[in-house]
Design a protein around this ligand. Structure first.
Ligand SMILES: Nc1nc2c(c(=O)[nH]1)N[C@H]1C(S)=C(S)[C@@H](COP(=O)(O)OP(=O)(O)OC[C@H]3O[C@@H](n4cnc5c(=O)[nH]c(N)nc54)[C@H](O)[C@@H]3O)O[C@H]1N2
Ligand SMILES: Nc1nc2c(c(=O)[nH]1)N[C@H]1C(S)=C(S)[C@@H](COP(=O)(O)OP(=O)(O)OC[C@H]3O[C@@H](n4cnc5c(=O)[nH]c(N)nc54)[C@H](O)[C@@H]3O)O[C@H]1N2
Ligand code: SF4
Ligand SMILES: [Mo]
Length: 732
């Protein structure tokens, strides 16, 4: 008998409400939840097809143990005991020798990251890495310095804004980042329908640019110059900060100094944006009360993400757009997360990496030096690595160097739903539940920080049972802690209590598990919210308090002074590099630069295993190039080319694309699955891994935030000198 139930998607930040039909423990149909209080009947092609991914014959059902060049299934007992033995040996010598990489999938589960961190706390290791230094650590770092807490992240008040400037983001495809915008397309269209404007600043005429009013084709990697001139022109029109905001700002003179000397004419050749267009944009920004300047990964990943974001936040504050209706607003979560951070010291006390002395952001080290931390001998050298819900060998910079480093590890364990490219190198692969197989709350950003344009709460049960012996990550880390002879969160009481709870719940469920719904209820209870059961009865979500504009300035700034520290020393120090950077950019104007590109059907590295998605045309990635560049280089559409960076060469076909700004080529990431026979569909695709081209090591890491440079990478393109879809690496 078919039963229909509501749940929500946990692939991206849109968190679309879904309605699923379940028959005999299998999902037979997925539809957007038309009655959802926020997402209003929107879902994308990935969300509507994810059950195919979870029902794939490639899903892990039992733990896998390396056996020479292949793997064999083993019992949980055997896997846990052996991992435990090996971790104890490494930890005894040096707890920091045990490391973890927390992937994107972890962020979309409420309990997964908490228990994974709890495990590392138990181990007593500081060697934690995450995806943040691939996508957004610049935002966290700057927010820590100027607002006093990484998760204070102003987001555009999409429902009311009348001028939205989008720099280096493509929300029509990505569905937004750093802010849950339910039904993202409708919300964008509504801005124009009510007479507002959207301006996109991007080297590609993106899907978002096509529905915007204006597209400013910026030269890749030059955003810092754009922000400097934006600030300069803003101060020309508005010499003093907004009077309502000024009392909450420290460092006003620093902003004045920073703005000096950057008239739009000075940067035009570097950004490719003429002075008149920029001035007109800044004028419109000043004249529109409900205006917001927003940026995302295209800026974050470009090598100057920290300075760019700092300037952006200064601009929004100076112009009086911060904390105002239709400007940028700071959400309120179900707890005072910033106060919690202050109390516990979590996220706000940076440590420094052993290699190159780089600061942690949100308690995580820069991914760009993971290889160095494995390869460099001495105290703190990483010997064991847990990869939880991620696929670093495809998604992190300098993949070949990282692969060689991973080969040197004494122990590599992945916790995943699949045997992915990283798993291929692992000693153990532990089978996790998919989102549909675990109860959950909306992930941390909306819940803890209220980063939602239409705040609501929702709970979901597991809608189908896990395959085979797959287990949720909370239970996996509880059992790993015991096997490694440590206690979760470093607390024997917590470990004992959770083990007792797991014993009871497992008896009831007939399989090993923690009582996940009870734990989630505990989270809600601690935050004085309705219980998990009560939320379940609100099948389409429960609306929360609406108005957040006007609740931030003077009330929730988490710095010691209670003011926005625009002159934070870390930022002022970093600003000293600006003139040198600019001189370099001027010399490099003609350089061909490689940018990122996402596709509606792929999600980082993990939706390439859906047969229905991998159609003929879409079985490989392409290097997108403007016809002018192709003509100059003597290339034609479909021709196989070699793309060479300072790090490697990849070989793939060219696709001509008039939407690109000339001088820019684009290459989607997440491909290069041929080395993963555990992914039957994906491994037969032909795409190449773009991250072979990105550099690693301290020189390739932004020093304030630890961000890797994954866009605006200088490359050369020439006709291929051999068979297609291959790669070579020039590193050491
Ligand atoms: N379909 C799909 N959706 C996704 C994902 C996915 O892989 N596929 N991933 C999800 C994840 S993990 C995240 S973090 C979010 C990210 O969400 P977004 O940050 O919106 O990411 P993108 O869609 O890649 O948009 C980045 C834009 O930056 C532009 N760009 C590249 N280089 C530069 C530059 O130097 N300067 C400027 N100004 N622009 C530049 C690109 O052309 C692109 O349009 O998306 C999420 N949603
Ligand atoms: N060149 C370039 N590189 C990029 C980017 C780019 O735009 N350009 N984007 C970057 C961005 S924004 C990000 S966030 C990173 C992503 O980097 P990663 O997080 O390392 O990579 P993903 O491909 O998202 O890997 C997610 C993994 O989680 C698994 N998984 C799915 N659901 C679950 C679950 O419920 N539990 C567990 N345990 N596992 C699960 C999937 O099978 C997959 O293996 O990559 C970055 N890399
Ligand atoms: S936009 Fe797509 S992937 Fe993102 S939450 Fe909605 S259905 Fe899921
Ligand atoms: Mo991301």
């Amino acid at each position: 008998m078919t039963e229909t139930t509501t749940t929500f998607c946990r692939i991206c930040e849109a968190l679309c409400g879904l309605e699923v039909d379940v028959d005999g423990g299998r999902i037979v149909d997925v539809r957007p939840d038309a009655s959802h209080v926020a997402t209003q009947g929107f879902a994308c092609i990935k969300g509507l097809n994810q059950h195919r991914m979870y029902a794939s014959p490639d899903r892990l059902r039992r733990p896998l143990r390396r056996d020479g060049r292949s793997f064999r299934e083993v019992s949980w007992q055997e896997a846990l005991t052996d991992i435990g033995k090996r971790v104890r040996r490494i930890r005894r010598r040096d707890p920091d020798g045990v490391a973890m990489y927390v992937g994107t999938a972890a962020g979309f589960s409420m309990l997964h990251p908490v228990f994974a961190q709890g495990f590392m706390k138990g181990i007593g290791s500081r060697s934690i890495f995450s995806t943040a230094t691939q996508d957004c650590a610049n935002k966290f770092a700057v927010a820590t310095h100027i607002y006093g807490f990484p998760f204070i992240q102003p987001m555009p008040d999409i429902e009311r804004t009348r001028l939205l400037i989008v720099v280096g983001a493509n929300p029509v495809v990505s569905k937004w980042s750093f802010g849950q915008v339910p039904h993202p397309l409708r919300k964008l269209r509504a801005i124009r329908e009510r007479g507002g404007r959207i301006v996109v600043v991007d080297p590609r005429r993106t899907e978002t640019a096509k529905l915007a009013d204006d597209w400013l084709p910026i030269r890749a990697g030059s955003d810092l110059a754009f922000y400097l001139s934006f600030l300069h022109e803003l101060l020309r029109l508005q010499p003093d900060p907004d009077p309502g905001t000024a009392p909450h700002l420290a460092g006003i003179e620093t902003v004045r100094d920073l703005a000096k000397g950057w008239p739009a004419e000075r940067t035009a050749a570097v950004t490719g944006i003429d002075a008149m267009s920029l001035r007109a944009l800044v004028r419109a920004f000043v004249e529109t009360d409900a205006a917001a300047l927003y940026s995302s990964t295209g800026v974050n990943m470009g090598g100057q993400g920290a300075l760019c974001f700092w300037l952006q936040e200064a601009i929004n504050a100076w112009a009086g757009k911060l904390d105002r209706p239709g400007g940028v607003v700071v959400g309120q979560g179900i707890i005072d997360f910033a106060a919690f951070g202050q109390r516990t010291g979590m996220f706000v006390q940076p440590q420094h990496s052993r290699f190159a002395g780089l600061p942690t952001v949100n308690d995580a080290l820069p991914g760009g030096i993971l290889a160095d931390e494995i390869l460099t001998p001495g105290k703190g050298q990483i010997r064991a690595l847990f990869v939880t819900g991620g696929n670093p060998l495809l998604t992190m910079a300098d993949s070949e160097r990282l692969r060689r480093a991973f080969r040197q590890l004494d122990l590599l364990v992945t916790v995943d739903i699949y045997r992915n490219e990283t798993g291929e190198l692992a000693d153990y692969i532990l089978p996790a539940t998919s989102p549909y197989e675990r109860p959950d709350l909306p992930f941390a950003f909306p819940l803890l920080m209220g980063m939602q344009t239409a705040p609501y709460l929702q709970a979901t049960r597991a809608v189908v049972p896990p395959p085979g012996e797959a287990r949720d990550e909370a239970t996996i880390y509880l059992d790993l802690a015991r096997a490694c002879g440590v206690s979760l969160f470093g607390s024997r009481i917590a470990q004992a209590a959770l083990e007792a709870m797991a014993a009871v719940a497992s008896r009831r469920a007939g399989r090993r598990t923690l009582p996940l719904e009870t734990l989630l209820s505990g989270v809600l209870l601690a935050a004085r919210q309705p219980s998990f059961g009560q939320l379940l009865r609100q099948r389409h979500g429960l609306r929360r308090q609406e108005e957040v504009a006007g609740t931030f300035l003077g009330q929730r700034i988490a710095t010691r002074s209670g003011k926005i520290e625009l002159a934070a020393p870390e930022m002022v120090d970093r600003a000293r590099s600006i003139e040198r950077w600019f001189a370099q950019e001027q010399r490099r104007i003609g350089e061909l630069r490689l940018i990122t590109r996402r596709h509606p059907k792929t999600h980082n590295s993990w939706t390439h295993n859906i047969e229905a998605f991998m159609t003929d045309r879409f079985r490989e990635n392409h290097l997108y190039m403007h016809p002018e560049d192709a003509a100059r280089l003597g290339l034609v559409d479909g021709q196989t080319v070699d793309v060479t960076s300072a790090t490697a060469t990849v070989r793939l076909p060219v696709e001509l694309d008039t939407d690109l700004r000339p001088g820019t080529v684009a290459l989607p990431h997440g491909w290069g699955h041929q080395v993963a026979p555990g992914l039957r569909v994906a491994s037969r695709t032909a795409g190449v891994n773009v991250n072979l081209l990105a550099g690693s090591g301290a020189a390739n890491v932004e020093p304030v935030s630890g961000m890797s440079r994954l866009t605006a990478i200088p490359v050369q393109v020439r006709p291929a000198a051999g068979p297609r879809n291959t790669a070579s690496w020039s590193g050491i």
